[in-house]
Write a protein that binds this ligand. Structure first.
Ligand SMILES: [Zn+2]
Length: 345
């Protein structure tokens, strides 16, 4: 078992102390870290969490750039950097987590066991000590696609936080053990997916949003209306059953039980019609996939249908978080889907 790494604390690091590149900054951190920045107003604190997944660098790049700029935030900012060791495993920023360990952003619920569970618990303790007025957890999607926010319930505070970065929001009650699900009980918390982990545009958006978050006197709902967000309510996740083989391609892969279209990522946040082919399947739907709503009910038949070995959506729906990475599809999920009736703006 991996040794438990304690979080390393840094306070007001100087631009000259964090290396010349984000890769050097990562080496200097060496493990999970908490960077505290004193604000102009020291009575309030905001929290930024990032790199819970080691292959999602945009948030750390934005924080690196902020420290390099020598600027002081409007209020205190506590910045928690999670999966530094996974990110350090060569090639840098390529591992979501270290091989054989749990996904840190699925560990924020009791029991806090194993190295990742203990780190999750320590991150929650750091938040408790600082009692921030808001928490933003910055991520990248594994595939490329537009940015969006995620929260567990909808109100003007969450709208305002997401609107610092993007105009699209997912509202989910899925209980996955993600940070925001537990942190939400104490502080307004949103997850922001700034876009693909390799997209320059995503790095830039993380930077612009971080500047608004750090620099604004007020980030929670004020008197000014927030721009109208597009809301997607209650997505469901499509999972592969254990042992089912998966491939991506332009034709059915003879070695795979399920083949999904190579260009699936193009459907990210697009509306797909029931006659849009998604791929090919050997055997029946239930032997290959599972999907549950937040109440634990099976919703597979409202997601997919199979006609003569071809896969189609069961209804008009919006898909997102689509991956074409077999390992991520297998360990996490294939995509999230929201039936059209649940989309509003
Ligand atoms: Zn992530």
């Amino acid at each position: 078992m991996a040794a438990v790494r304690r979080v390393r604390f840094l306070r007001n690091p100087l631009a000259t102390e964090i290396g010349d590149t984000v890769e050097e900054f990562l080496q200097i951190l060496g493990g999970p870290a908490s960077v505290f920045l004193d604000g102009r107003d020291t009575r309030r604190t905001r929290a930024l969490v990032t790199l819970l997944h080691g292959n999602e660098p945009s948030g750390l790049m934005a924080l690196f750039r902020w420290i390099k700029s020598g600027r002081q935030p409007a209020v205190n900012c506590v910045c928690i950097i999670g999966s530094v060791e996974a990110a350090l495993r060569p090639p840098l920023f390529s591992h979501r987590m270290l091989p054989g360990v749990r996904d840190l952003n699925r560990c924020f619920k009791p029991p806090f066991e194993g190295a990742e569970g203990l780190l999750a618990e320590e991150i929650l303790q750091i938040l408790r000590v600082h009692h921030p007025e808001a928490v933003i957890d910055l991520h990248n999607t594994s595939g490329s696609g537009p940015a969006f926010g995620v929260c567990t319930h909808l109100d003007r505070e969450h709208d305002a936080l997401v609107a610092l970065f993007t105009e699209r929001m997912i509202v989910t009650r899925l209980n996955l053990g993600a940070l925001m699900e537990i942190s939400e009980h104490s502080y307004p918390t949103v997850t922001v997916e700034v876009g693909g982990r390799l997209d320059e545009r995503a790095h830039e958006l993380a930077w612009e949003g971080l500047c608004r978050y750090f620099d604004s006197d007020r980030v929670l709902a004020g008197d000014e209306p927030v721009w109208a967000l597009e809301i997607l309510q209650d997505p469901v996740r499509l999972h592969l059953n254990p042992g089912v083989t998966l491939a991506y391609g332009e034709a059915p892969d003879s070695a795979a039980d399920v083949t999904l279209r190579q260009d699936m990522e193009h459907f990210n946040f697009a509306t797909v019609d029931p006659d849009e082919p998604l791929g090919w399947i050997r055997g029946d739907l239930r032997s290959r996939f599972w999907a549950q709503d937040a109440g634990g009910r099976c919703v597979l038949s409202s997601l997919l249908r199979c006609v003569g070995g071809r896969l189609y959506p069961a209804a008009k729906m919006t898909l997102f978080m689509i991956t074409t990475n077999v390992a991520i599809a297998r360990s996490d999920c294939l995509f999230y889907a929201v039936p059209q009736a649940s989309v509003s703006s």
